[in-house]
Design a protein around this ligand. Structure first.
Ligand code: ARG
Length: 366
């Protein structure tokens, strides 16, 4: 029996990874956690429902581009099993008219060492998304005797989990930025809620973004669950929709991070990096002024790269400035055409979840 699951950070040599699938993806109905942003850029404006089939097929094509690049380099690629996401769901605490997708996996699965944990997402439409990964989890469980198959405490997601009318359409961008600065987010603190993509793993240290999808109670929960790690809450004023850390603060190798210039890590939170001689570089400008149609993310998916090892990185093919910068920073850049997968939840890092990277748990901030 082999060791299948092992990953402590986002840069050690990647050997096995999960890549999402766009099949059956939905634009979900409004709910207290998400009503912000039903895309306004198409005939689907104001509506929810199945995403247009042609966009799903094109998104899947993009993911196949990524799979090919990975497999050509000897990385083992696993894929989830999509459900019919258009089914209504219910628990004793809530009902929702549909689910969403199994993109991107980074939001749902958190790999820390030999453990993969399904997250405690705050969106009701994502409550059952983990099921798409359960066949893989069972396979890892059967084949790797040390694999820890874990589910974080499931949030109840009753109305008490949210501030209501938080996404009032009349709110201006400036007002949203004030909220971010005041750490005023849509979730309450009645239970731990977190998305895996808010957690940046760096060996003994976990840096977790406090924002719309991850609350303070989650930070507390992490520190108690992993007493041997240091859990750091991080905030990025300047982001009007702080959701997921990986288009904001992205490590390339030990000692080097690129930071979104509109969402700078505050001085007091930079101290730990500076004290340990880490360099925080402003990320290059995105190549696009607008995200693609029906996309929830910002143009900053430009920096959402997948590091294959401390010298090699996959960057989206049209993001020429980001590629140039990576090159100057001493990375070998592999371009991948993935932009039409962005509407399904994110870029290269988002679209994947780590299964195996070489290396062990190190202390980068002694
Ligand atoms: N909130 C980010 C932005 O729009 C997108 C992050 C996507 N990441 C993810 N893991 N789904 O800039």
């Amino acid at each position: 029996m082999a060791k299948i699951v092992n990953s402590w950070n986002d840069w050690d040599p990647l050997k096995r990874v999960i890549v999402g699938r766009c099949d059956n993806s939905m634009i979900p109905p409004e709910e207290p956690a998400t009503s912000e942003k039903v895309p306004v850029d198409s005939e689907m404006r104001g509506m929810w429902g199945l995403r247009p089939l042609a966009t799903v097929e094109r998104g899947n094509e993009c993911l196949e581009n990524l799979v090919k690049i990975l497999e050509d380099r000897g990385v083992v690629v696993d894929r989830p099993t999509p459900l019919q996401w258009n089914q209504a769901i219910g628990t004793p605490d809530f009902r929702n008219d549909s689910m969403m997708t199994c993109m991107p996996p980074r939001d749902i699965l958190l790999t820390i060492g030999n453990e993969i944990m399904a997250s405690a997402n705050s969106f009701r439409c994502r409550y059952f998304e983990y099921l798409a990964y359960w066949p893989l989890m069972k396979q890892y469980f059967d084949e790797d005797p040390e694999f820890k198959w874990t589910q974080a405490p499931r949030p109840r997601l009753t109305d008490a989990s949210y501030k209501h009318n938080y996404y009032d359409e009349k709110i201006t961008l400036e007002e949203r930025l004030v909220r971010t600065a005041n750490k005023d987010f849509v979730t309450t603190e009645v239970e731990p809620m977190w998305d895996a993509a808010d957690v940046m793993r760096m060996g003994k240290d976990l840096f977790i973004q406090h924002g719309l999808t991850t609350n303070r109670t989650a930070m507390d929960w992490f520190q108690r669950y992993y007493p041997e790690y240091r859990v750091h809450a991080v905030n990025f004023p300047g982001d009007p929709y702080p959701i997921h850390i990986d288009a904001t603060f992205v490590p390339l190798r030990p000692g080097l991070i690129i930071n979104n210039p509109h969402r700078k890590l505050p001085e007091e939170q930079r101290a730990i990096f500076e004290a340990n001689d880490w360099q925080i570089v402003e990320a290059a400008q995105p190549a696009h002024d607008e995200p693609p149609a029906l996309c929830y993310s910002s143009v900053w998916l430009s920096m959402n790269c997948l590091v294959l090892d401390p010298k090699t990185v996959i960057v989206e093919a049209s993001e020429v400035y980001q590629q140039e910068q990576m090159d100057k920073l001493g990375m070998n850049v592999i371009p991948c055409d993935l932009r039409d997968a962005y509407p399904f939840g994110g870029g290269l890092h988002c679209s994947t979840a780590d299964v195996y990277r070489e290396g062990e748990c190190l202390d980068y901030f002694p």
